[in-house]
Write a protein of this length. Structure first.
Lengths: 181, 667, 189
């Protein structure tokens, strides 16, 4: 076995291996890539029924209905991107973080009637996000103290009165505001 | 005692100081021994081990200070206030130290320091110049990460005024599996820094030989064992905590650990060829550099927020720029050195395509092809988004369609490899020795064809059995079981190198894992919405929802379902899946209930409750997961195999004298 | 290459990993730069809103300002800021000083989201009024079309009513001086 023939073998094997990898990759890219689409894009250019897509947007408040088919629970809801809404049908357990008015990603296919059948629903919700100013204001108002655990979520801010909030802010940022005005 | 002391002295400041000190020591460790090795100055070279140990001591002190602050609830430390709370159990106060970005960077640095000290301790029989250079390279990488820790992710930052209590920890993270996952995984990642340092040192010296191969391999094997365990632990965690019934999601975070594992596996194998035959030297050096580069870039790119992951880290682009600069320095620098020096390395021994070397080359080609596919799939979405503004995702179907077909030939040849002779082999005698393994795998093929759906699972089952049977054959052949008397076999087994047992065990472990994966593709599940008292049928079991009740927990409110699982009328087990509502954190977690008999898992998840009173219905998800535990058991067996080959006499006794081998080669 | 000796071929081969890593590195660097400016965000699933015309809407006046519609935005030849706020929203109060500062340099149009007109007017009287025009979106339907997930959210609308930038968190001085004003500068020229 000479050096040259050994090299030939090596090059052949490498080309074969990487070629197979490249071929498989290209083949998989043509059929297995999941495009992300917004509801308006789905409306404008509906993908083929065999094409899996990821539909992303907000869950329209008040659009969630739950029914059964036999014993299988079915959830239906609208997902919107602000331009158009798509009805999503999902058989299964919605994730813990699924909420109306929150961002959601549904993986599935668009049927001939334009309805979306999801095989998977992913909710993304960053519950730890709390702007610093808000945290300050809440703390100063006595609405929230680190002693009593995590800060309240955005929903409970609604119930604060304007007066409360203004007072909180003045207390939290008092001297700074004075300088600004 | 020492904790109290640090607290009195202002623990966090002491920790910060120790970290800065470690950084200075690491800087000195990076420069002085390198100069010493260049000038052949024995005194400067002798500084290397001392500096490495000093750096480790300083880092350990710094880490203990952070642990001390967390244990003593010092909420004036930002990191503790953000991630801990008085009510948190002690165990999670400690493990929570590395459950966040800053703490995990410090842990990373600590493990890197440990690696440097380990080379100093175990590398006594290395040539002094090589040892000095290896320790210097490790010091350089350490210094970079400690600087990163100090400048952009300082865990000792104070806040004023200190809050009365911390913000607590994500309930999802309060889990023993996740608590010990990072240290093991990081040890795997960081462990590959040692082969990397050996590669750089070899490039500086311009010499790679059999002795180098033998020195590098144990470090690579050790890191590989930890990485294997780390990946398996992570997968197991997502299986029993996330409650989706899945074990691997091809998420960027998971891929970031799989990519270095693939190249690391290739490295472990190609280093054998360097050690035994002095071939594949340049390739092995490149693999050593590549594996550590992938370890580094994967984990840190996930943190910079470029890769979109389910697992959220706080994203900070400024931090990202620092990371990128550091990666450019470490990876770019080492690859530039490689580009300059590698062409000067001499080519090694010759071998025929069909030989042990040839099969190891094939192993490397296939592993690297799989790696290339995974890298492409992981990097494609961000690059598409950057170049064309298209948002796409590459998920399980892509990886199934690409990685699995490449893994099949890998397993087909994996069985033959350890039995083929070096230099030149004929395929037929090897195959003849494997006759009963071939029969076993044919039977497995036949059984799988009838009981499984899909081509890939059937092929995977057949080849997994093929690999396991071949590993057994390899050992029984070598010790002459059934050929010789039992006493003779026993004495042969005693003198067989443990590395041979290790390799066979690791291969069998891979086979066991693949069997588990193949069987899991046949998992069955049902999602139902039922009232209490209803019975469901799945996979030959009757699942009865007997009762659902509320149960208060320490800081949560739980609903617990009781599901009786019967087979042919006999009670098999009672599953108690639950849902916990952490009111103070506005978070719900799902507690899966799993019953395993090692051959299959019965897996129950409780979903939403609809309606109330006696008419209330509950959503249940029921899974039947055949051979699920085998996936992780196989990984454990692989790691044990690696550990066994580490305990080999040849490794323990130490490396060969280098001069003799090279002189012999030259002569 | 004219001189394709095995030696140079070897050198080129050995430099290939460096070149590959460099290409990836430049890509990552661009992505990080894009993330800082907000033009590249792999986590943002609402990205399609960017570089699209504003959705159709017509909204009534909210005291003390005048309401506006999508066509008002589309007729503009200069950039404006559109900010969703509510009197019940504490982060909105927090961002008000920054918004007032911004309003001195670029027109800011406000939309009161799910708010009682009297409350919103009172809020602006106390917290300060940065808005050139203010519309009331009492039932929050227009906001739905904009794809907002809460208040405050801010959009930069380029000439012709194209959404050029979107932020779903309170504004601060860093964002204003680092991102919004440079962007407005570019859109104006």
């Amino acid at each position: 076995m000479t050096r040259k023939s050994r090299r030939l073998w090596l090059v052949c094997a490498c080309v074969l291996g990487l070629g197979a990898a490249a071929g498989l990759t290209l083949n998989a890219f043509s059929s297995n890539i999941v495009f992300f689409m917004a509801p308006s894009q789905v409306r404008a250019h509906p993908p083929g029924a065999d094409r899996t897509i990821r539909l992303g947007g907000m869950v329209v408040a008040g659009s969630v209905t739950r029914t059964h088919e036999g014993e299988t629970p079915i959830a239906q809801f609208d997902v919107t991107d602000g331009q158009a809404a798509v009805r999503v049908r999902y058989a299964g357990i919605l994730p813990d973080l699924f909420r109306e008015g929150q961002s959601v990603v549904a993986v599935g296919t668009v049927g001939p009637n334009g309805a979306f059948t999801a095989s998977e629903v992913l909710a993304k919700h960053d519950e730890t996000y709390m702007p610093k100013e808000v945290a300050e204001a809440l703390r100063a108002s006595g609405k929230w103290d680190p002693k009593y655990g995590k800060a309240p979520d955005a929903a409970s801010w609604d119930t604060m009165t304007v007066k409360d909030a203004r007072h909180d802010l003045a207390a939290a940022r008092g001297p700074k505001d004075g300088q600004a005005e | 005692m020492s904790l109290m002391l640090t607290e009195k002295m202002g623990g966090p400041e002491l920790g910060n100081f120790a970290l800065a000190l470690a950084c200075c020591l690491a800087g000195a460790q990076a420069i002085l021994p390198l100069i010493g090795a260049q000038r052949r100055d024995a005194r400067l070279m002798a500084l290397a081990p001392a500096l490495a140990v000093g750096q480790l001591v300083a880092l350990a002190a710094s880490f203990l200070c952070l642990v001390g602050a967390a244990v003593s609830d010092d909420f004036s430390v930002q990191n503790v206030a953000d991630n801990s709370a008085v009510a948190k159990p002690l165990l999670y106060k400690i493990t929570g130290v590395w459950g966040n970005h800053e703490g995990s960077v410090l842990l990373w640095a600590l493990i890197l320091g440990l690696c440097g000290a380990a080379v100093a301790a175990f590398g006594r029989n290395l040539p002094s110049a090589l040892r000095a250079r290896v320790i210097a390279v490790l010091g350089g990488v350490s210094a970079g990460f400690q600087l990163f820790c100090l400048l952009t992710s300082n865990p000792f930052q104070r806040i004023w005024p200190a809050p009365m209590d911390g913000q607590g920890m994500n309930p999802l993270l309060q889990d023993p599996g996740l608590a010990f996952h990072p240290p093991i995984l990081y040890t795997g990642y960081v462990g590959f820094a040692v082969p990397f340092a050996f590669a750089i040192a070899a490039l500086i010296e311009g010499r790679v030989d059999a002795a180098w191969g033998r020195w590098v391999r144990p470090w690579a094997v050790a890191a590989w064992c930890f990485l294997t365990c780390g990946i398996a632990l992570g997968s197991w965690w997502s299986y029993y905590v996330l409650g989706w019934g899945g074990y691997w999601f091809w998420d960027p975070v998971e891929n970031a650990s799989l990519i270095p594992w693939l190249t690391g596996t290739a490295l472990v194998h190609s280093a054998i060829v360097v050690e035994k035959r002095e071939a594949l030297k340049i390739w092995t050096v490149l693999l050593a550099i590549g594996t550590f580069s992938f370890s580094l870039s994967g984990t840190f790119l996930v943190r910079s927020g470029i890769l979109n992951s389910v697992h959220a880290f706080a994203n900070d682009p400024a931090r990202g720029i620092f990371i990128l600069a550091l990666l450019a320095l470490v990876i770019g620098g080492s690859l530039a050195l490689f580009a300059v020096r590698a062409p000067m390395l001499t080519a090694g021994g010759l071998f025929a395509p069909v030989s042990r070397e040839g099969l190891l080359v094939l192993n490397n080609i296939l592993l690297c092809s799989i790696c290339a596919v995974v890298v492409t799939g992981t990097m494609y979405p961000p690059f598409m988004s950057l170049l064309f503004g298209k948002t796409i995702s590459v998920g399980k179907p892509f990886f199934d369609a690409t990685a699995a077909p490449l893994a099949i030939p890998l397993f087909a040849f994996m069985a033959i490899g350890p039995m083929a002779p070096w230099k030149r082999a004929a395929l037929w005698p090897v195959l003849r020795r494997l006759w009963w393994a071939a029969i076993a795998s044919l039977i497995a093929f036949a059984v799988a064809t009838f009981s499984m759906s899909g081509v890939l699972p059937v092929l995977a089952t057949g080849f997994a059995v093929w690999v396991i049977a071949a590993s057994i054959t390899d050992i029984t052949d070598r010790i002459g079981l059934f050929r010789l008397s039992p006493a003779q076999s026993l004495s042969r087994a005693r003198f067989l190198p443990r590395a041979a047992f290790g390799a066979a065990l690791a291969h069998a472990g891979a086979g066991i894992s693949v069997l588990g994966l193949a069987a899991m593709s046949q998992a069955q599940h049902r999602i139902v919405e039922v009232q209490t008292g209803t019975t469901e049928h799945l996979a030959g079991y009757d699942w009865t929802l007997r009762d659902v009740h509320d149960e208060p927990g320490p800081n949560y409110q739980a609903i617990v379902a009781t599901i009786d699982v019967r087979r042919h009328g006999h009670l098999v087990t009672t599953l108690r899946p639950s849902k916990r509502d952490f009111a103070s954190q506005h978070q719900t977690t799902t507690e899966v209930s799993i019953h395993t008999n090692l051959m299959s898992d019965l897996y129950g998840v409780l979903g939403d409750r609809h309606g109330s009173g006696a008419a209330a219905t509950y959503v249940l998800r029921l899974h039947y997961n055949p051979l699920a535990p085998w996936m992780w058991l196989g990984a454990l067996v692989m790691a044990i195999g690696g550990a066994l080959s580490l305990s080999d006499r040849r490794v323990r006794v130490g490396a060969p004298r280098r001069a003799r081998t090279t002189v012999a080669e030259a002569a | 290459m004219a001189e394709d000796t095995p030696r140079t071929r070897r050198r080129v081969l050995m430099a290939a990993p460096l070149a590959g890593a460099a290409v990836l590195g430049v890509g990552f660097w661009k992505m990080l730069g894009g993330m800082e400016q907000g033009s590249f965000d792999p986590h943002n699933i609402n990205a399609p809103v960017l570089n699209r015309p504003v959705p159709d809407f017509v909204l009534p006046d909210q005291a003390p300002g005048r309401g506006f519609s999508a066509s008002d935005l589309r007729e503009l030849r200069t950039p404006v800021i559109v900010n969703f706020f509510a009197s019940w929203c504490i982060p909105c109060i927090a961002e008000m000083p920054a918004l007032i500062g911004l309003g001195r340099q670029v027109p800011v149009w406000g939309i009161a989201y799910k708010d009682k007109p009297a409350n919103a007017a009172g809020f602006l009287a106390h917290a300060g009024n940065p808005y050139a025009r203010i519309a009331a979106d009492g039932d929050g339907l227009a906001a739905l079309d904009w794809g907002i997930s809460g208040v405050p959210e801010t959009f930069v609308i380029g000439p012709g009513g194209i959404i050029r930038w979107h932020n779903a968190a309170p504004l601060n001085d860093d964002l204003i001086h680092g991102t919004i004003l440079p962007l407005v500068e570019r859109l104006t020229s």
